[in-house]
Design a protein around this ligand. Structure first.
Ligand code: NDP
Ligand SMILES: O=C1O[C@H](COP(=O)(O)O)[C@@H](O)[C@H](O)[C@H]1O
Length: 454
């Protein structure tokens, strides 16, 4: 397949840690003549960029695609310049040397404040018909910003050529939610407020925010993780069955969920949310400075490194079921999972303690699935025991970013958010941010390496 990939911000952290390693596992692209063009203000040249690509791609290839990686590296081209200058963008697109209808991806791996200026600059460029524009996160800084960016993108290209990528949608366990729910008969009848008591969507990280503090201190946990990633997971858990897996069907069902999330008012923010910030501590035997001691952090901004929000999806299916979304940095363990907690049985007919609630756990990275069930005990057959059905899924390959890149080149928008979803995300979190800024919820402290605010 002939295709072009222009990475704007090619010397950045995202490119080095996610985009280039993602390419390592995508043989159809690497083998098939993908031309990679890197752009940034840095004084690199073709050789310098090729060395970077070799290091980041080959380092993740496990030896599987080495010859092809060599070809990808040899075809890579560097374009120096300001990405807000249409001349830079034209030069980068021309350097891809693809024909008009071939897929050509312009990937905005840039600080988010540049998204709008770059979209404006792209409007002055003669774009080939096969162009796709990838926008990273955060998609705007608030609802008004997201609306403005969406409007600029809509003037530039049709919606199916715009990719508001969310790599969480490419994670195996997240995709499995679709298969699990809509390719099996047994779960869907139970997947309502009649049988489900609550849902937790948890993304606890041991990693701290230090290395990305200059970005993080203008974002915080709610904007960085909840507005996008965790709300996207919520859509997969809570959506109605789509009539097909076609991008438009899936996107409509996801948007329905977000639209049904109740807008938090000040009182519910005070009752249903928590925020925290880590102090000095130890994570996995590693000493971690307090968040406010990281270079680039302004303690007065009061940015949270931990966020917990309970949302309500006002639909017939989910009325009364709390969805708790939680994420934080510098926590004791990487706990990344979706937990569906079922209601108690209607009557206890066994002696002894009540049976435990059935819990379905979908764990991300490593991808595992487990279900707690009550069975009769071995010693006393009329006493209950709990067993766990547990399965670990094969390691995901390609990586989520590899999947995203493949999907974008294929023109498949299913691993991206639509315009409405981005705006709905802000409609949900903006009142929380406002109430927090207004002091409705205290900023609690937790030592790095703990389980979060006590
Ligand atoms: N890093 C991460 O873990 C993740 C990042 N993201 C998102 O990815 C995007 C990029 O983040 P990240 O890589 O961390 O950011 P970085 O600051 O590390 O990289 C930004 C890149 O943009 C380039 N750049 C900035 N201004 C210009 C300009 N005017 N003209 C040309 N190049 C420019 C920089 O190079 P130079 O200034 O030298 O030109 C650099 O290559 C952001 O939207 C972020 O939110 C999403 C998920 C995870
Ligand atoms: O987008 C982001 O995601 C990462 C976590 O994703 P992972 O796939 O690397 O586990 C998170 O650490 C980061 O803060 C956030 O910006």
């Amino acid at each position: 397949m002939t295709a072009g990939l222009v990475v704007l911000g090619a010397t950045g952290d995202l490119t080095a840690r996610y985009v280039l390693p993602g390419l390592a596992r995508v043989e159809p692209l690497v083998d098939g003549g993908l031309r990679l063009v890197g752009v940034a203000n840095d004084d690199l040249d073709d050789d310098g960029f090729r060395a970077l690509v070799r290091e980041k791609v080959a380092g993740h290839a496990d030896g599987r695609v080495d010859p092809a990686v060599g070809a990808l590296v040899d075809r890579a081209v560097w374009v120096h310049g300001d990405v807000t200058d249409p001349a830079t963008l034209s030069a980068a697109i021309a350097a891809c040397e693809v024909s008009d209808a071939d897929p050509l991806v312009v990937y905005l791996a840039l600080p988010h404040v540049l998204f709008l200026p770059v979209v404006h600059a792209l409007a002055e460029v003669d774009l080939p018909s096969g162009v796709r524009v990838v926008v990273e996160k955060p998609f705007g800084e608030d609802l008004a910003g997201a609306v403005e960016l969406n409007a600029a993108l809509a003037r530039l290209l049709p919606e199916d050529q715009i990719f508001r990528v969310d790599h969480f949608l490419a994670k195996q366990t997240v995709l499995n939610l679709l298969g699990l729910r809509f390719a099996n008969r047994i779960l869907e009848p139970l997947w309502t407020s009649t049988d489900v008591a609550s849902v937790d969507i948890v993304f606890d990280e041991t990693v701290d925010a230090q290395s990305r503090a200059s970005y993080y201190d203008r974002s915080g946990a709610l904007r960085d993780m909840v507005q996008n990633h965790l709300l996207q997971l919520l859509t997969y858990v809570a959506m109605e069955p789509p009539t097909s897996m076609a991008p438009a069907d899936l996107a409509s069902r996801k948007a329905d969920v977000l639209k049904a999330v109740r807008t938090p008012d000040r009182e519910s923010v005070a009752r249903w949310t928590r925020r925290g910030r880590y102090t000095a501590g130890e994570v996995d035997g590693r000493a971690v400075d307090g968040y406010t001691d990281a270079p680039g952090v302004d303690a007065d901004r009061g940015i949270e490194t931990y966020a917990e929000v309970t949302l309500h999806v006002d639909t017939w299916r989910w009325s009364g079921v709390p969805f708790r979304l939680r994420t934080g940095k510098a926590l004791s363990a990487d706990r990344r999972e979706i937990v569906v907690r079922f209601r108690d049985v209607p009557l206890h007919v066994f002696d002894g303690p009540a049976p435990v609630r059935n819990e379905l756990r979908l764990q991300l990275d490593p991808d595992r699935m487990s279900l707690d069930l009550n069975v009769n005990g071995i010693d006393d057959p009329f006493k209950l025991e709990t067993v766990t059905l547990d399965t670990e899924l094969a390691r995901q390959d390609p990586t989520p970013y590899g999947q995203l890149l493949l999907a974008v080149i294929d023109g498949d928008t299913r691993l991206s958010a639509r315009a409405t979803e981005a705006e709905e995300g802000w409609r949900i979190v903006e009142p929380i941010l406002a109430a927090w800024a207004d002091g409705a919820v205290p900023l609690e402290e937790y030592p790095a390496g703990s389980d979060g605010p006590s």
